[in-house]
Every structure is written in structure tokens, then in C-alpha cells.
Design a protein around this ligand. Structure first.
Ligand code: B12
Length: 354
């Protein structure tokens, strides 16, 4: 076995033994994808996510993230939950859990992937003096583009990285390293990125996206994406998007739920990562104080929306699902110190009941 195959095998085993998928090794030329990214920004598709435009140039030059970087190791954390019995939809108090995007019902994947990705890489290449840096949303890196470059998966019309029949319920991590490694061999032409047609004639993600965010295949318009409005946006949520918060009030998985590749996809292998965020009712989320917020959502990726973002979303979800207790929630919300909570309450009160 030659040295290259041994290195790839050691990486595969080391990442695999920690519950990750080893996607592969690639070089750092992302020029074509960077152009695509700049055009996407230029068209305003990033909505209010200024963090994307602030350092837009750096995404095209990975040397600026790790000087001397030569290769990228891409790995993924599969997170689709194993099928569970149907939830009690008719509980008088609406459980909040099933309406939360699947990736968010876990311990914060950033921390898990930084720490354990770092350990996996170091264990596979122990005696190298090269430097490395693990990036999981934490640096301006085009993670999907690097994953697709490996050639063991492709970008779907929903813009997600789909690892063939392992599906797309995968969180991505990238280890940049100054150690130059030969790229892993693409799986097959059929599954590789060069086949922009791996979705074939399927348009399920496009037709099922309730807000038209994917009207143009391979291009997501964040201005119409529920995930953007419920996670990243700090203001009020435009009322045209409210009906869909009855289905997902934090993030949105619809464009992945309907993807045929996810019928067979990889499932979460690490039960230790699960967090019982769903134990609260929507009413409890809408009225939670800092203590309850930290106890329930601390250490999960849901802190991205902050306490008041979650309260805002839960209030709207209560309204559209006609949950009991809304009246008293609104009464208190009108006196809240947060202007977005106050305004959301006023918006709800102005509307005819749903
Ligand atoms: C900003 C952001 C968002 C924004 C914008 C999403 C978007 N589609 O651009 C919002 C808030 C809407 C969002 C939502 C979600 N996100 Co997000 N998000 C990011 C982030 C931080 C940057 C993405 C970005 O640069 N977007 C701009 C576009 C232009 O770039 P891109 O989507 O990466 O596409 C590049 C390549 O794919 C390639 N490319 C694109 N199209 C095509 C087509 C062809 C034919 C080819 C060859 C190449 C190609 O070029 C593009 C530009 O370089 C990344 C982390 C990271 N650092 O990359 C996570 C990330 C993309 N998100 C992730 C997740 C899990 C989600 C959600 C599923 C969360 C949820 N359940 O609510 C949704 C999915 C929505 C969707 N369909 O994309 C994962 C995706 C994993 C995967 N399997 O693809 C990432 C990689 C985070 C991670 N570390 O795992 N997200």
C-alpha cells in the first residue's frame, strides 16, 4: 500500500471512529466557486447577513486563513435522527421539539466538530510537523464548495452538499493543513461534482419550498428562506412567512426532508450529542427567562438566534397553530423590554385570529 493510500485510510478510520464521515482530501483552488459566491452576494441573496459580505474576498484565498495551507480535509457529522414514534400532536400544550430543524436538536456541532475533528486529524497524522486549523462555520471558508470538490458528493438543487446515498443531513467541517496531501479519488463520475445534473429531473426541493426560496435551482434566496428569518434575522419576521412557522419555528428542513437522497441517508451515530430541547412547550419558550433559556438551549446551536429570537419565533408559532395560552403571552410581551418582542405582539394582535 503506498503512503498516500495509508494516509487516506488513517484519516478515514480516525474520523470514522469518532462518528464522522470522512468526505476526503482536496486542494484549495476554489476560484470558480468564489466567483459563484460573489455573484450570489452581488444579487443580494444574503439578505441581512453582513458577515458574508464583510470578508467576501478571504473566501477565495484559503492561505489568508492558514498561511502556507496546501490541502483541505473535509469531514461531516451525520445528524438525521433515527425514526421515532409519532409525536403527540394533540397534546393540549404544543410540544416545541419536532418543529425545530434537526441539526439544532443536538449539542452545538461547532464545538463537537472543532474539538473532535482536531483530535481525529492529529491522531491520523501524529508525527507531522505541519500546522492545521479546523474550520466549522468559524472562518470564512466555502465549506460546501470544498466538500463538492472532493468528488464523493455533489451540490443539489437545494444548494446542500449531498454525499450520494448518504444524503445531505450532514454538518461539514474542514481541516486546512500546510501538509500537502494528494487528493482522494472521486467516487465516480456519476456522483461527482462535475455532474451538475446529479439531481436529474427531480425538483422536489424547489416545488416543496413553501416560500419560493429555491425558485432558481442551485441558488438560495435568503430573503425568502425560513431558515434565514428564524435564525439569522434579528428584527421582526414579515407576516407573509408566518404560516410556515407552524411547521418549523427554528430553522427549516423542508428542502432536505423531501429530497430522495435523504430516504437512505446516514443517521446520527452519536446518541451522546442529543439534547432534549423539545421538552418545553411553545408557551414556555415564548415566556422563558434567561435561566430557563440557558438551562434548555445553552450549549446548543440554537443560541445563534438568542433568547429573544427564540421567544419571537415561538410566539408566532403559537399564533399560527392556535396554541392555548397565547393571550397571556401577548399581554406580557406588550410590556417586554425588547422592542422586537413588543412589535411581534402588536403584529399578532392586529391580525384576525388564525
Ligand atoms: C450563510 C449560511 C446559511 C444561509 C444561506 C444558505 C445558502 N444556501 O447559502 C441560511 C441562513 C439561509 C442557511 C440555511 C441553512 N443552512 Co447554512 N450555512 C451558511 C454558511 C455559514 C455560509 C454559506 C454560504 O457561503 N452561502 C453562499 C452560497 C453561494 O454558497 P454555498 O451555499 O456554500 O455554495 C457554494 C458551493 O456549494 C458552490 N456551488 C453552489 N451551487 C453550485 C452548483 C453547482 C452545479 C456546482 C458545481 C457548485 C455549486 O459554489 C457556492 C459558492 O462558493 C455555511 C457554512 C460555511 N462556512 O460554508 C452554512 C451551511 C451551508 N449551512 C448548513 C446547514 C445545515 C443549513 C440548514 C440546513 C439549517 C437549517 N436546517 O435551517 C439550512 C439549509 C438551507 C439551504 N437550502 O441552504 C450546512 C450545510 C451542510 C450541507 N450538507 O450542505 C453548512 C455547510 C454549515 C456546516 N458547517 O455544516 N445557511
Amino acid at each position: 500500500m503506498d503512503d498516500t493510500v495509508q494516509i487516506h485510510n488513517r484519516l478515514r478510520e480516525s474520523f470514522g471512529s469518532r462518528g464522522f464521515l470522512f468526505i476526503g482530501v482536496t486542494d484549495l483552488n476554489v476560484a470558480e466557486d468564489h466567483l459563484r459566491f460573489m455573484n450570489w452576494l452581488e444579487a443580494g441573496n444574503h439578505a441581512g447577513m453582513d458577515f458574508l459580505s464583510r470578508n467576501s474576498e478571504i473566501r477565495g484565498d484559503l492561505q489568508r486563513i492558514l498561511p502556507g495551507a496546501k490541502s483541505a480535509v473535509v469531514f461531516a457529522l451525520p445528524y438525521a435522527p433515527a425514526p421515532s414514534p409519532p409525536t403527540t400532536e394533540n397534546r393540549s400544550e404544543m410540544p416545541c421539539g419536532p418543529r425545530i430543524a434537526k441539526y439544532a436538536r443536538l449539542r452545538d456541532y461547532h464545538k463537537v466538530m472543532w474539538q473532535e475533528g482536531d483530535a481525529a486529524f492529529a491522531a491520523a497524522l501524529p508525527d507531522r510537523s505541519a500546522e492545521h486549523r479546523v474550520c466549522v462555520d468559524s472562518a470564512p471558508v466555502l465549506e460546501r464548495a470544498l466538500a463538492a470538490k472532493v468528488g464523493s458528493g455533489f451540490i443539489g438543487k437545494n444548494t446542500c452538499f449531498i454525499a450520494g446515498k448518504q444524503g445531505s443531513f450532514l454538518l461539514l467541517g474542514v481541516v486546512l493543513t500546510t501538509f500537502e496531501m494528494p487528493a482522494t479519488k472521486p467516487l465516480s463520475e456519476e456522483k461527482s461534482r462535475s455532474n451538475a445534473n446529479a439531481c436529474g429531473g427531480c425538483r422536489r426541493c424547489q416545488t416543496h419550498c413553501p416560500t419560493g426560496a429555491l425558485d432558481r435551482a442551485w441558488t438560495l434566496d435568503s430573503r425568502r428562506c425560513l431558515s434565514y428569518w428564524t435564525i439569522e434575522n434579528r428584527g421582526t419576521i414579515p407576516e407573509e412567512f408566518w404560516p410556515w412557522l407552524g411547521k418549523y419555528w427554528y430553522g427549516c428542513d423542508i428542502c432536505q426532508d423531501v429530497c430522495p437522497y435523504n430516504r437512505t441517508g446516514e443517521k446520527l451515530k452519536r446518541n451522546d450529542l442529543q439534547r432534549p430541547v423539545e421538552r418545553l412547550s411553545l408557551q414556555e419558550v415564548a415566556t422563558m427567562d434567561q435561566n430557563l433559556y440557558e438551562q434548555t438551549f445553552g450549549g446548543t446551536a440554537m443560541t445563534r438566534a438568542k433568547r429573544n429570537g427564540l421567544r419571537r419565533n415561538a410566539m408566532i408559532a403559537m399564533f399560527v397553530t392556535s396554541s392555548p395560552g397565547l393571550e397571556s403571552v401577548l399581554e406580557k410581551a406588550l410590556q417586554d423590554e425588547d422592542p422586537v418582542i413588543q412589535e411581534t405582539a402588536r403584529q399578532i394582535l392586529r391580525r384576525p385570529s388564525s
